[in-house]
Design a protein around this ligand. Structure first.
Ligand code: UDP
Ligand code: MG
Length: 248
């Protein structure tokens, strides 16, 4: 049977929606919720937190259920099975009711105290990308990521140092009508630039992962990353770029 997805039109209700993909992050969800709540309440923002459970097989779903029973600002999305980060972002974008949408990882590696910096910067831009300038990950990941960023930048010339970093802020207009494909979360800055949106970057904090395991390694990124890059490069070259002339 053909699946039909209806476009959701959500009312604007909050200043900020925070979308967090989680896949087997049972120990991280509650401390992350607590520290985000502290920051956004301190900044006096009206907000919602959207946890997207990407088919977790640990206790993540139970933890989210227990949080929503205590906090009306939290909105859950549960996937039937693991679908990957791009799908989780997409589902969060479609449900978000904030004027600004921030995405961040659910593993405590991103620091909620950076949220006010994103809110300040987004006043002047359409998309703000986090740059983990002092990244705290194993050296294999650091080197592979440096190479990937160099190659991507040489090809796409987007000028973004950390394209794959989840911590980003968007004005909601940028997300309307956005069509994503699996794996495209790695190229979001370039894709938004192609659409003509103003994209910038800010330095953010980064912490080592304490609980749970990283789900992305070289094996599941390398070949797909190259194919995806070629496709995005093609899209960039073929982006329609016409202007109509007013003739009197
Ligand atoms: N994640 C997800 N679905 C996946 C893989 C990861 O929702 O299939 C989430 C994960 O739970 C975390 C974020 O994406 O919140 C970043 O994942 P991870 O820390 O494993 O990636 P890394 O930081 O090591 O690149
Ligand atoms: Mg991580």
């Amino acid at each position: 049977m053909r699946k039909i997805y209806f476009k959701k039109v959500q009312p604007h209700m909050f200043q900020l929606s925070i979308v967090i993909p989680v896949y087997n992050e049972e120990e991280n969800i509650r401390p992350l919720h607590d520290s985000i709540t502290k920051v956004v309440k301190g900044a006096k923002l009206s907000y919602e937190i959207i946890f997207v459970d990407d088919g977790s097989t640990d206790r993540s779903r139970e933890v989210i259920k227990s949080i929503i029973s205590q906090d009306g600002n939290v909105h859950p999305i549960y996937f039937k099975k693991n679908c990957g980060k791009t799908s989780a972002f997409d589902a969060g974008f479609k449900d978000a009711r904030g004027d600004i949408i921030i995405t961040m990882d659910g593993d405590l590696q991103n620091d909620p105290s950076d949220i006010p910096k994103f809110m300040d910067k987004i006043e002047h831009y359409d998309v703000v990308c986090g740059w983990r300038h002092d990244r705290k990950d194993p050296w294999v990941k650091l080197i592979s990521s440096k190479i990937a960023n160099f190659v991507r930048n040489a090809a796409l010339k987007d000028g973004i140092y950390d394209s794959v970093c989840s911590f980003k802020a968007y004005r909601r207009e940028c997300l309307e009508g956005l069509k994503l494909f699996d794996g495209m979360h790695r190229f979001l800055p370039a894709l938004f630039m192609m659409e003509g949106w103003e994209v910038t970057q800010i330095k953010i904090n980064h912490h080592p992962r304490i609980y749970g395991k990283s789900k992305y390694g070289i094996k599941n990124r390398f070949f797909r990353g190259i194919v995806d890059l070629l496709i995005v490069l093609w899209m960039k070259k073929r982006t329609l770029n016409y202007r109509e002339e007013v003739v009197r």
